[in-house]
Structures are given as C-alpha cells and as structure tokens.
Design a protein around this ligand. Structure first.
Ligand code: ATP
Length: 270
C-alpha cells in the first residue's frame, strides 16, 4: 500500500523555508561542500561536494571502505566533520544536528534494533526517541505499517523473523516520525532477490510520496533504480550522474561495467 504524500509538514517540495535557524535552498535536500573527515592521519572522506534534490532517489556507490558510511554518519549529524560544510534539510550538520535529527531517518548498516524487545516494543522505542507516545505513536505506527506491513509480526522477536522482514522493521523504525529524508545504508545487504525487489518497491513508493532517499548499495541492479548516482573511491567522488549518463560516459552496456571501469581506472592511475 502506498504511503500518502504530504510528509513535508505542509511544505511543498522546493519551498524556501523562512526561519531564523534553517537555511534551505529551493529543491535541495542535501548540500555538501568540500566535506572532509579524518581519523587520525587517515582521510576517510576527502573534500567531497554534491547536492541531492528533494524527492529524488540518490544512490551512493563505492567499494568497501570508500567512505560512504562515514559520509552518511556526518550528514545524519552523528559524526563531526573535520572540515567543510553540509546543510541537510535546511540544517547545518555541524551546528544544528539536534534539529536535523527530527527531519531525517537513518537505517544503519548494522541493525540498531533490540533482540530482547518484540517487534512492537522496538517500534515503540524508536517512536519514543522522537517523542511519539500514546495516540501520536499509534497513529504514526498505523501510517507506517500500512505501508511496510508488519502487524502480523508485532509479538515476535527480531531474531525470529526472516532477514527481509527485519529490514522492513528497520525501515519502519527509521520512518515512524515521517522524516523528509531517509538515509538507507546498505538496506538490502544479504537479502534474497525477491525481498530486495519488494524493498525497492517500498523505496520507490516513499520517493513518490515526496520522501528524499539517500541510499548505499553494492547491488548494481539496485543502482539502476536510482534517479542519480555518485560513485566514491578512496574518500573522493569520482563520477556522478543518472545511471544512463554514467553508462553513456564510457559506452558501457551495464551499470556493473560502468562501476568497475570507473573505479578500476582510479586504481590503475594511482
Ligand atoms: P563499506 O561499503 O564496507 O560499508 P564504506 O564506503 O561505507 O565501506 P566507511 O565505513 O565510511 O566506508 O570507511 C571508510 C574508511 O574509514 C575505511 O578505511 C574505514 O576503515 C575507515 N574508518 C571508518 N570509521 C573509522 C574510525 N572510527 N576510525 C578509524 N578509521 C575509520
């Protein structure tokens, strides 16, 4: 079931928000300028710049260790940048991370669900983190699960349910507070192809309802579902564009060819 549109707190896409604390360019959900994150002497994210438009599905690709999760954690206000600037949903990530967290959802690579709580209790806990309690929680839960379908599993524990449903649970938990932007870090890792396809249907429906999706994946069939892609290597963005543009840039037939060649070129020229 498709989630109804209108999750923008009454604001139409691209509307400029006029408050003292938020600065938001029309139609940009994420604005990143020269963002750097170092761990000691090691530079995990090396001066990246890009924008994500409102309501698009933005795929963040890269080999293991490219810097994707580090970037997402900074954009979600969970990790402080070493330098550079980013504005996410109108909030400066360095100075306004508390406000930012109310407007985004984050589904991390590792489950942040509790195995000793039931599915329902996990959702109750996630709702509570965003101040959703009592009738407000129940309304949010009804809206989210009408979309992701979890009711039959409320009394089960996460360890008892298949991975594909666990991913849905994690997605439901991340979207309970109706965020305008969802960060999904490898949401379908290890999931079977049928469940992956179903999960991507949910992602598409969310985007159609106006939610901006920022997703990482190692599956090139999933990359094809994105409106635009960024390919990261060694902390830098090496290519950006729609799947069709990236394939056309080298005359490659598939996204997998494009990805392997674009990353491979960087490795052989280093
Ligand atoms: P994957 O696809 O495997 O999830 P990724 O692109 O998300 O990889 P990151 O997890 O962002 O990559 O890691 C980028 C680099 O930064 C890696 O070399 C990683 O070991 C390093 N790194 C990440 N977090 C830390 C940390 N807290 N301390 C030191 N190094 C770190």
């Amino acid at each position: 079931m498709k989630r109804p549109a209108g999750n923008k707190s009454g604001e139409g896409p691209g509307l400029k928000i006029r408050t003292e604390t938020r600065t938001r360019d029309a139609s940009d959900s994420v604005i990143v300028e020269d963002l750097v994150r170092k761990f000691g002497k090691f530079t995990a994210v090396d001066g990246i710049s890009f924008r994500v438009r409102d309501g698009e599905i933005f795929g963040f690709l890269g080999a293991n260790g490219a810097g994707k999760t580090t970037t997402i954690r900074m954009l979600a206000g969970l990790l402080t940048p070493t330098s550079g600037r980013a504005v996410v949903e109108g909030f400066d990530i360095a100075t306004q991370s508390d406000g930012l967290k109310e407007h985004i959802g984050y589904m991390s690579q590792k489950f942040s669900l509790y195995d000793d709580l039931t599915v329902y209790e996990n959702l109750e806990f996630s709702g509570g983190v965003h101040g959703l309690e009592g009738p407000a929680f129940r309304a949010a839960l009804e809206s989210a699960t009408a979309f992701t379908g979890l009711e039959a599993l409320y009394g089960r524990f996460p360890r008892e349910i298949p991975l594909g449903w666990k991913q849905r649970l994690a997605l439901t938990a991340a979207m309970l507070h109706n965020p305008r932007l969802l960060f999904l870090d490898e949401p379908t890792g290890g999931v079977d192809p049928v469940s992956r396809r179903e999960f991507w249907r949910l992602i598409h429906d969310l985007a159609e309802g106006g939610t901006t999706i920022f997703v990482t994946t190692h599956y090139m069939d999933e990359a094809e579902y994105c409106n635009r892609l960024s390919i990261m290597h060694d902390g830098k963005i090496v290519a950006m564009g729609s799947p069709a543009e990236l394939k056309a840039s080298g005359g490659w037939a598939t996204m997998e060819d494009a990805f392997v060649e674009l990353i491979g070129r960087r490795i052989t020229t280093q």
